[in-house]
Ligand binder design. Sequence first.
Ligand code: ATP
Ligand code: NCN
Length: 194
Amino acid sequence: MGGTFDPIHHGHLVAASEVQAWFDLDEVVFVPTGDPWQKSDRPVSPAEDRYLMTVIATAANPRFNVSRVDIDRRGPTYTIDTLRDLRAAMPDAELYFITGADALAEIFTWRDADELFELARFVGCTRPGYTMDAATLGSIPSDRVTMVEIPALAISSTDCRARKQRGEPVWYLVPDGVVQYLAKHDLYPSKDQQ
Ligand SMILES: Nc1ncnc2c1ncn2[C@@H]1O[C@H](COP(=O)(O)OP(=O)(O)OP(=O)(O)O)[C@@H](O)[C@H]1O
Ligand SMILES: O=C(O)c1ccc[n+]([C@@H]2O[C@H](COP(=O)([O-])O)[C@@H](O)[C@H]2O)c1
């Protein structure tokens, strides 16, 4: 599961857990982006902070792991590189790339989009407020994509950052350890603190 995870929240974790169970996956590898080029219109927290929050959030689940492939690669993060790196590290694995419906809807804007489906199967999780348009879904080879309905959690990293900046709680939207990490490292400080 790729994501910017700025910060990781329970929407990500539920999606990963549901897809792991649905396909009986051996493990879900969370891959924080290095440089998410389609988010260049806003500041993104340092990759090491996003990586560490992802490790904290996933530590208790024996089927969850975190990969550094995207944060250790220089330049913009492209999923085609993520999948090639994971394939090189795990040549015998069958790869499933987990996304939310919003990200999957944009997949034909990604680098080398047509090649992506040769490297992995894609899983699109339902997400409140987003629908997957039939034309985009129909353009993906049908044996390489599955939509999975997951329990609806209307949580976004954008909302978590805005809440923290307004001094509002993010308890129960993100794991407790992430709440503590945000406080300790003063991520998304309130506007009057800046
Ligand atoms: N609440 C959610 N339910 C289902 N999928 C989600 C949810 N939140 C995020 N995702 C999916 O998780 C992946 C990583 O998302 P990302 O890290 O960009 O989080 P985000 O909440 O969308 O962030 P932001 O608000 O900063 O854009 C994407 O594929 C996204 O669609
Ligand atoms: O490959 C691309 O060009 C590309 C463009 C945008 C997003 N992605 C990937 O989609 C995943 C979710 O991205 P985001 O920006 O919604 O956190 C993450 O793994 C990104 O690297 C990939």
